[in-house]
Design a protein around this ligand. Structure first.
Ligand code: 9MR
Length: 599
């Protein structure tokens, strides 16, 4: 071959390589990778060098297939990210409302992932995020007809669980064997923790209470799908039945957790067969249990035909747990203290929390609403100060205000007189969340403060979204539309409009975590991880917490690593997935009630 023709071939090869790479979506455009509702906000954020940003002016919306330009807009003025100092510009195409599949093109930069505009853009995610709890089930085979390629044999039957010396009582001395089967794995590890189950169950039960008709439409293809209950409720029951076994029938106290002494290796559940223990009863576990059982007790009344007696069993379990708490208010879980006193030592998740004042408030509110007995309302000061803390596993106070707001029409006179206070709490929280949000680099509530980027920050974003939805539903604030708008904005954050450019949900989006710290996903030999799981997400302190190699930045809103050693930024957990489920399902349900208009 002549040199000239070799050069020509090389040139053509290079040209075709260049043109195909030019067609790849660019990481610089950050947006909800699933898409947008026709009548709601549609915002993409461009993150690139200040020089490049200066040069740009417009963006275009193109149909995905025919590449027809259907909308042209001006990029916003340059914004500065207060956390990193980086610059952004926004592409706002909210006024374009036609359903379809699109890409966003920024001339001089490139185009985005393909996304859709349509009325049900998050429905598959609502179903998938609920389904992820099925994949977390202990003690049952996951056959291929429900679990697809993630099918696996049952792990951890937990029918022979030992009473740890820290949990010994007269009727159940150390070494006594109890059965404490079912439940979900907490996270990427294989243990079961009551405190974390508490807020998880509270959140999922609240979804069933708030949107009963909508959850009934969500079929997740689980073994119980053909029965008369909504699938999400069947899923809840898998964990509820386990939780009931964690109460000592002799005194009503609830064991803090059911666990191996140490974490398992990265192996499949059925290969993890070390002895399991229930450890010390604790005040936080017992009060969280009381709250969940009280809530389940009232919700399940409607299903007395299908589940005879279960509602009453839950309510009386809640009352027993409350009575134990009244007698044992100082029984905090202290893993180090236990380890100094008895064997074997326990080194798994602690969920330690020395302050049970918020758990008292939550349990009192749930028991009051369920039993209508004013004694629970009077037992605790439900409004000790002005604070309305964002819910998380160590802080459940505001869940009480959600419940009082939800049942505002059926409270006794005692509760009714405080309703203005409940609404004021919900409103103050929501107003503080939306304050100044529109001016942020990503225009999301999440990330307004570097303090948002903690271990499990994705759940901060989801719980902020829920707080906004609660205020949207239970107050008549003039900001209600903005609450809804920014709840959706936080969903956009979770699905890609963020400083790392990931959709944090496995299997949902174009760029999603492929290596979560999740034992089955690591050990099953299947390339895609189990779908529908929410990664903990960006965590400013992750590098020092998990010591995983590979973090490339210390900027608080960018410390995220898609590696399975990164348990401080890329684990999954039930208390993170539950608020995702709530946020997505609630937003979908509200779309059907009334289309979201822009603020
Ligand atoms: O979500 C928990 C986070 O708030 C704590 O900072 C962290 C360290 O104590 O633990 C997280 O919970 C983990 C639990 O202890 C064990 N299972 C996995 C959980 C998620 O990482």
């Amino acid at each position: 071959m002549k040199i000239k023709s070799v050069v020509l071939i090389l040139y053509l090869l290079l040209a075709s390589l260049l043109s195909s790479s030019a067609q790849l979506p660019v990481q610089a455009i950050r947006l909800n990778q699933l898409g947008f509702y026709p009548n709601a906000a549609k915002i993409a954020v461009l993150v690139t060098s200040a020089d490049t940003l200066q040069r740009l002016t417009t963006f275009q919306l193109l149909t995905e297939k025919s590449k027809k330009v259907v909308f042209t807009g001006q990029l916003s003025p340059v914004r500065t990210n207060a956390i990193s100092g980086k610059k952004t510009r926004l592409a706002d195409f909210s006024t374009y409302t036609k359903a379809g599949q699109y890409i966003l093109l920024i001339p001089g930069v490139g185009h985005s992932y393909s996304f859709s505009i349509g009325p049900n853009v998050h429905r598959a995610l609502a179903i998938g995020s609920i389904k992820s709890f099925y994949y977390q089930r202990t003690a049952t085979d996951l056959p291929a007809r429900y679990a697809g390629q993630w099918s696996r044999p049952a792990g951890h039957p937990d029918t022979n669980v030992l009473i740890h010396p820290s949990a010994a009582s007269a009727g159940r001395p150390a070494g006594t064997v109890i059965s404490s089967s079912r439940g979900w794995y907490d996270a990427g590890d294989y243990n079961k923790y009551i405190v974390n189950s508490g807020i998880t169950m509270g959140t999922l039960l609240s979804l069933c209470e708030d949107f009963p008709a909508y959850v009934n439409t969500l079929s997740t293809n689980i073994p119980e799908s053909s029965n008369a209950l909504p699938d999400v409720l069947d899923e809840i029951l898998w964990n509820l039945r386990w939780m009931l076994t964690m109460q000592d029938p002799a005194d009503g106290g609830v064991y803090h957790k059911l666990t191996n002494p140490g974490f398992d290796a990265m192996i499949m559940p059925d290969k993890a067969t070390k002895p399991r223990y229930v450890v010390q009863k604790s005040i936080t576990a017992t009060l969280d249990f009381a709250a969940v059982m009280a809530q389940a007790g009232r919700l399940l009344r409607a299903y007395n035909k299908q589940l005879p007696g279960l509602a009453d069993s839950c309510t009386s379990a809640a009352i027993q747990a409350w009575n134990w708490s009244v007698k044992n208010p100082t029984m905090a879980y202290r893993q180090q203290v236990i380890n100094q006193q008895v064997d074997p030592d326990i080194s798994t998740g602690t969920y330690e929390d020395r302050d049970a004042s918020d758990e008292w408030i939550w349990a009192a509110a749930e028991l009051y609403v369920t039993t209508k007995d004013d004694a629970y309302y009077r037992a605790v000061n439900l409004f000790p100060d002005q604070a309305t803390p964002l819910p998380g596993w160590p802080q459940v106070r505001t869940l009480a205000y959600y419940t009082l707001g939800r049942f505002s029409n059926t409270l006794t006179d005692l509760g009714k007189k405080d309703l203005p206070l409940v609404k004021q709490h919900l409103r103050i929280l929501a107003d503080s969340l939306i304050d100044n949000t529109d001016k942020q680099a990503f225009a999301t509530v999440m990330g307004k403060s570097a303090k948002d980027f903690i271990w499990g920050s994705s759940s901060v974003a989801a719980n902020q979204g829920i707080a906004l939805l609660m205020a949207y539903r239970h107050t008549n604030s003039p900001n209600r539309k903005r609450y809804l708008h920014h709840a959706l904005g936080n969903l956009d954050y979770l699905l890609g409009r963020n400083a790392v450019g990931y959709s944090f949900v496995t299997g949902f989006g174009a760029k999603t975590p492929m290596h979560p710290h999740h034992r089955p996903s690591v050990a099953d030999g299947i390339v895609p991880p189990v779908p529908g799981l929410l990664s903990g997400g960006t965590n400013a302190r992750a590098a020092s917490q998990d010591k995983c190699a590979g973090y490339t930045t210390t900027l608080a809103d960018e410390v995220f690593l898609d590696a399975d050693c990164s348990y401080a930024s890329n684990e999954i957990a039930i208390n993170w997935n539950a608020p995702l489920v709530y946020l997505v399902a609630a937003i979908e349900a509200l779309q059907h009630e009334q289309p979201t208009s822009q603020p």
